[in-house]
Write a protein that binds this ligand. Structure first.
Ligand code: ACO
Length: 336
């Protein structure tokens, strides 16, 4: 049996740091309000030379170095994003060219904040049938271009960034027993869900436009629209159920999980989820304080930071959970 194994990770954050104090100068808010409601202190905002595909490419190059894989060896470049800088070609095609992955096919996928988790699940399915495949999966966003910076309900929450990983098939275990199979590295299992009936609680209506000739009202349709309280409740309940169902099905206790990497939406969602899963606080990876909510980039950035901080040891069980616009949500177990 072949499992999809993460060979290496990388991430890239824009240079510009936007603090809560900066936001106080832009909208009617305060550091105290933002910190207590969201746990966010700073977020990164893309500037010159930091378009979505450029952040994605830099994250990808770091992941290739970490995986000890060359760009030419990559068979597929997939980018999870809801903020491509152009509608066509895909962000993935720009990345493919930028990093020189000339033997790869490339495409984007959009499942909002769950995009990277959906991408991992897809990569696992490719690898199950073609174990030699090397897949470069990236989550990358420039949400700052899709935020109304006069809307205090949303502008405090989001940030830009990119994270990436390289996956391939694990070596086949000969004479597999139940125990060796359970300990085998790679993606163990996942469950994904969507409910389009609730789309109005979190959406962007039309493609982005940075046309300076358009008035703010004319561009309103391309900004993030959110009913925060309802999103909060759905996010907690959905991630809790997805994770507990997955653990149950795999007959794994939350105590057996070494690290939980949830989508970094805000600290109150993460704390509620931790409590409901019955998990130890120190097992939950958190960086939302530094980067805010980076949508599809949040899990791969966190995965890369956890990897570089040596918080992932070979054989560890890692639980990923996500929730985002659509609604889309799910969870995944990886044996590191
Ligand atoms: N600064 C100061 N006051 C604010 C701000 C702000 N930035 N934003 C809203 N307020 C005000 C509101 O106007 C309201 O004032 P009122 O009582 O006079 O009407 C008051 O604060 C309370 O507003 P609520 O929206 O009820 O505040 P709530 O406690 O629900 O917190 C928040 C808002 C932080 C958005 C919360 O609902 C939340 O975290 N929701 C989840 C949203 C989320 O994570 N979205 C990301 C996308 S989905 C995902 O990634 C999971």
């Amino acid at each position: 049996m072949h499992r999809a194994v993460v060979l290496g990770t990388g991430s890239c954050l824009p240079r510009r740091v936007l603090t809560n104090d900066d936001l106080e100068q832009m909208v009617d808010t305060s550091d105290e309000w933002i910190t207590s409601r969201t746990g966010i202190h700073t977020r990164r905002i893309a500037g010159d030379g930091e378009q979505n595909y450029q952040l994605a490419s830099q994250a990808a190059e770091k992941a290739l170095v970490s995986a000890k894989v060359s760009a030419e060896e990559i068979d597929l470049v997939a980018v999870a994003t809801l903020t491509p800088h152009m509608m066509m070609p895909s962000c993935a095609c720009f990345v493919q060219t930028e990093i020189g992955a000339k033997n790869a096919f490339a495409f984007d996928l959009n499942a909002a904040c769950s995009g990277f988790l959906y991408g991992l699940d897809m990569a696992e399915k490719y690898i199950a049938t073609k174990p030699d495949m090397k897949i470069l999966l990236i989550g990358s966003e420039t949400l700052s271009a899709r935020i109304n910076w006069q809307d205090r309900n949303t502008c405090i929450l989001f940030g830009d960034g990119a994270g990436a990983c390289v996956l391939t098939g694990a070596m086949e275990t000969t004479r597999t027993t139940r125990t060796t199979e359970a300990k085998q590295r790679g993606i163990v299992a996942s469950n994904l869900y969507s409910d389009g009936s609730l789309w109005k609680l979190l959406y962007m209506d039309s493609p982005a436009s940075r046309n300076p000739d358009l008035l703010l009202e004319e561009r309103n349709g391309c900004f993030m629209q959110m009913t925060g309280r309802d999103v909060f409740k759905h996010a907690v309940r959905a991630m809790e159920k997805a994770a507990l169902d997955l653990l149950d099905l795999q007959q794994i206790s939350i105590q057996d999980v070494s690290l939980i990497i949830p989508h970094q939406a805000n600290i109150r969602i993460l704390n509620k989820l931790t409590e409901r899963l019955g998990a130890d606080q120190e097992k939950v990876f958190i960086n939302v304080d530094k980067y805010g909510n980076t949508s599809a980039a949040s899990i791969p950035i966190a995965l890369d930071e956890a990897n570089r901080q040596n918080r992932l040891k070979q054989g560890d069980l890692v639980l990923l959970c996500s929730f985002g616009g659509g609604f889309t949500w799910g969870s995944m177990l990886i044996r590191w």
